[in-house]
Design a protein around this ligand. Sequence first.
Ligand code: UDP
Length: 309
Amino acid sequence: MKVLITGGAGFLGSNLCKYYLEKGWEVLCADNLGSGSMDNVKDLMDNEKFKFLEIDITNNVNDLPRTDLILHFASRASPEDYQTNSFETMMANSIGTFNLLKKANKDNARFLFASTSEVYGQANLIPTPETYYGYVNSYGPRSCYDESKRFGESLCYEFIHKFNVDARIVRIFNTYGPNMKFNDGRVVTNFIHQALNNELITIYGSGKQTRSFCYVNDLIKGIHALSTIDGLNGEVINLGNPAETTILELAEEIIRITKSESKIIFKPLPEDDPVRRVPDIAKAKKLLKWSPETTLKKGLTKLTEWFRK
Ligand code: UDP
C-alpha cells in the first residue's frame, strides 16, 4: 500500500510518515518546507520505501504518482504562525484541498482531510461533539485558519456527494509531541522552551481558559484507524484527549516537570481566543475503537526529554 502525506515534513506529517513506514507502507512525503523541516524526516531518508518531494500542493499536483491513500496535512496550525502566513494557510486549505481531492477522484484513492477543533470556534457546548455547528468569527484574526478549514470540509462534502470520493475528515484537537518547532508560538512549546531556559512563562489572559492536550502517538493511531477502516466514507471524527486543563495548570505542570525556576507573567489575551476546548470522543471510541492513553504528565515528560536532546 502506498500513501501520499502532504505536509509530511511538518509536526504531524512527519510523525505520520514514520508510523506508516513502520506499518510497511510506501510513503510519499510532499512538503514545500514553508513550516516543515528536513530535520523531521532525515532519519527516514535511507528507507527505500520513503520518498521526499519538495512541492507546493497549491500548484500542480498532477505529476505526483498515484497512491492508495492521501493524507492532507499541509497547513500551518499554530495561531501565531498561521496569522503571519495567512494567505499561504488559506490557500493550502482551499486550493490545496481542491487539487488533492481532484487527484483522489482521478486516482480512485481514499482521502483524509486534517481539519481542526477550530471549526467549533468559541464553542458553547462542552465537550464538543461532531454535530455541533460551531460559533466562529468569519472576520477576524483566526478566520484565515478557521474558515479555510471549514471550506476544506465543504470541498470534501461536495467530492463525496457529487463524485463518490471516499473522503474522511478528522477534527484534530490540541496535540503535542516530538517534531514540534520550539518557536512555533504554541503554548506547550512556548512554556517548555521558557521553562528550560528559566525565562518568564507567558500566560495570555488569566490562564483560566482551557485546552485538552493529546500526545502525538495517541493521535497518530486514531488517524491510522480512520484512514484504514473500510466503510467510513464521509465520516467526520473528533480526535483529541478529553482531559481538560487550564493554561495556568499547564504552566505549573511544566515548571514541576522541568524543575524550572521560571516565574509566570500574564500578557493580554489574543482576540477570539477560545475559552474552553474539550473534544467529545464518543464517536471515535465507537467507530475506531480508539481512545488516548498518554497522560499529560507522561507526554510532557517525554516531550521535555526530546527538547533537551
Ligand atoms: N497561550 C499562552 N501563552 C503562550 C501561548 C499560548 O497563554 O505563550 C494560550 C493561548 O492564548 C491559548 C492557549 O494557550 O489560550 C493555547 O494556545 P495555542 O497557541 O497553543 O493554540 P490554540 O489552542 O489557541 O489554537
